[in-house]
Write a protein that binds this ligand. Structure first.
Ligand code: FEO
Ligand code: CA
Ligand code: CA
Ligand code: CA
Length: 579
């Protein structure tokens, strides 16, 4: 039993010490398997990874770069298998200097390298199976396996689909669209689809947009004329001077049906356009679908969507369009522990033609501006938002905000120059997620133990503190597992911490694993039985280069750069993760 834990604790694993080294390390008594790494074949005919001679054609048949969100859906569909299923993984972005020999600058790539870089984005879908040995394996001849890339045909759906503002050379109807990138976190729906959030999409564009007609929108989104990646140098699609409406095709939540490898992914405009960290859905007690999502940028907002129609457990086909009709809300907090959800509906309040909105499509396309006008509360970078399956309370990872001033501090964002973040807890009244008003509390305020302004259980150990909560997951007992991105700035490796959220061990965080140096930890996801824990090691060795990496994890071979990889953690001898 950990220091200070009560007898009732369900998190009895032996806590891992803080450290910062070249390795991935998990608490004693657990196994960590590298399940799939950048470049690994996803198809029986895919070529073996050869980093010195990587090509676009190879990359399109291999696992992509910088894995982030992970979703696991069971096979067969509708079962609750924890030993057979489909793994769906986001590939958020690339760091070319870590990918190619010679450590090239992002804007100095060859044409083939740009194509590799593009093809390494998007998502991978791969069938996986657990063998009697306890080891997981990829099923390479599975018909489900799929790469989704920035070029995959997709469709805009919901109120903004068909908007004149989305018309372009490629999208002659504003409905047809292509691809996804900047995919950060996401969620799995109860009907077995994947939601993936398009986050920092401004990074992929450049070019003069002063004539685009979208100057206000693009400035609000942080678009810049200068190119940060090579994409727009190869393909004018990402040059805003040539394709002024292309940025409006990204910044959405995309729904993907992994059970149908030929399905066309749908961009659900009803959920609004902003820098979506991800989206997680919860079925309200009246059957309506509630989706929570954060806009991950300093001083941006928290959102909630409620569907018009109800979830039908036995009608998957109907559920597949639930996210196309409903109401989007932004959050306003009061310091007295209450908060309000404000509807983003064209014609209501300030969302009128006088303020530049002609339709609901405009409200969704200019979501940030609409939320500004409603008086939403600027937050400390809202990342993952998840509902505790046991209590129904909502948890928001607020990762940090170095720019908040003393005068800008408030209840849910209590610190100026906030470098370590906090975890916010929302409580719907009587468990009704459609209520206009919730109450809120801070579960914890992160940072080094004892630092001013931090808040944890009094009995956390010297290894129990964390910094920069980013992603999270709940196990089936309602324990919260927090993944971090930024603890290295505090001298310790990023990783995962677990805590109970109710009772006498509330906010008694314990370190469960550590990433190799340079990496953040993301995508935590449990199988239904909570005996397998998937997680993403993203950008291992970041801050160094292909030619001189500070770690060669996980291969530790002179001819291999560090490779972003998905890990699966199991308890030795079997059992629930955390026990
Ligand atoms: Fe891609 Fe919000 O982290
Ligand atoms: Ca994230
Ligand atoms: Ca999550
Ligand atoms: Ca991150």
């Amino acid at each position: 039993r950990g220091q200070g834990m009560s007898a009732s604790s369900t998190l009895t694993f032996k806590e891992l010490p803080h450290a910062l080294d070249a390795h991935f390390t998990v608490a004693q008594g657990y196994n960590a398997q590298v399940l799939v790494s950048w470049g690994d074949p996803l198809f029986a005919d895919a070529p073996r990874f050869d980093p010195a001679n990587q090509t676009e054609q190879h990359q399109l048949r291999q696992f992509g770069y910088n894995n982030d969100f992970i979703g696991f859906v069971p096979l067969p569909m509708g079962s609750d298998s924890s030993e057979h299923g489909l793994l769906v993984v986001n590939h958020e972005y690339c760091r070319s200097g870590m990918m190619f020999p010679g450590s090239p600058d992002e804007l100095q790539l060859s044409e083939e390298q740009i194509k590799v870089n593009i093809a390494a984005h998007g998502l991978s879908v791969v069938e996986i199976k657990k063998h009697s040995s306890g080891q997981w394996q990829l099923v390479l001849d599975s018909a489900y396996n799929r790469r989704i890339t920035p070029n995959t045909p997709m469709q805009m759906t919901g109120p903004a689909a068909g908007s004149q503002r989305l018309h372009s050379q490629y999208s002659t109807d504003g409905v047809k669209t292509r691809g996804t990138y900047g995919n950060c976190a996401g969620g799995v729906t109860p009907w077995g689809t994947i939601l993936t959030g398009e986050e920092n999409v401004d990074n992929f564009f450049g070019g003069d947009f002063s004539q685009s007609g979208e100057v206000e929108n693009y400035q609000r989104f942080g678009m810049q004329e200068v190119f940060h990646t090579s994409w727009g140098l190869l393909d004018k699609r990402w040059d805003m001077r040539e394709n002024p409406s292309e940025p409006l095709h990204v910044g959405w939540v995309v729904e993907i049906d992994p059970y149908d490898p030929h399905s066309v992914p749908k961009k659900r405009t009803t959920l609004g356009r902003y820098k979506h960290e991800g989206a997680n859905v919860f079925i309200n007690r009246d059957g309506r679908v509630v989706a929570y999502s954060g806009d991950d940028q300093q001083f941006e907002y928290l959102y909630r969507f409620i569907s018009k129609e109800r979830y039908q457990p036995d009608n998957r086909k109907a559920n597949l369009s639930l996210l196309d009709e409903g109401t989007l809300y932004c959050a306003r907090f009061a310091d007295n522990g209450s908060m309000q959800w404000l509807p983003l509906v064209f014609g209501q309040g300030p969302l009128t033609t006088e303020n530049g909105f002609q339709s609901q499509a405009d409200v969704l396309l200019d979501c940030r501006k609409a939320a500004d006008l409603l008086g939403a509360t600027p937050m400390d970078r809202p990342e993952d938002v998840e509902v505790n399956p046991v209590t129904g309370q909502v948890y928001v990872m607020l990762t940090n905000n170095s720019r908040r001033t003393e005068a800008q501090t408030d209840g849910p964002n209590p610190r100026a120059k906030n470098l370590a973040g906090q975890v916010l807890e929302l409580t719907p009244p009587q468990g009704d997620h459609s209520a206009d008003s919730f109450s809120w509390d801070l579960l914890l305020v992160a940072g080094r133990k004892g630092d001013a302004g931090t808040h944890y259980h009094a009995n956390i150990s010297d290894n129990g503190w964390l910094a920069c909560p980013d992603n999270c997951a709940f196990d089936n007992l309602g324990n919260l597992w927090i993944a971090t991105d930024g603890a290295e700035a505090f001298g310790v490796a990023d990783g995962v911490w677990a805590t109970e959220v109710t009772g006498e061990n509330r906010a008694l965080t314990k370190r469960f694993l550590r990433t190799p140096m340079g990496a953040e930890l993301c995508g935590p996801f449990f199988t239904p039985d909570a005996q397998n824990f998937f997680c993403s090691v993203q950008h291992p060795g970041d801050g160094s280069s292909y030619d001189n990496p500070k770690t060669r994890w996980p291969d530790f071979r002179d001819d291999m750069p560090p490779r972003p990889s998905v890990m699966v953690i199991t308890k030795q001898g079997g059992g629930r993760i955390g026990s």
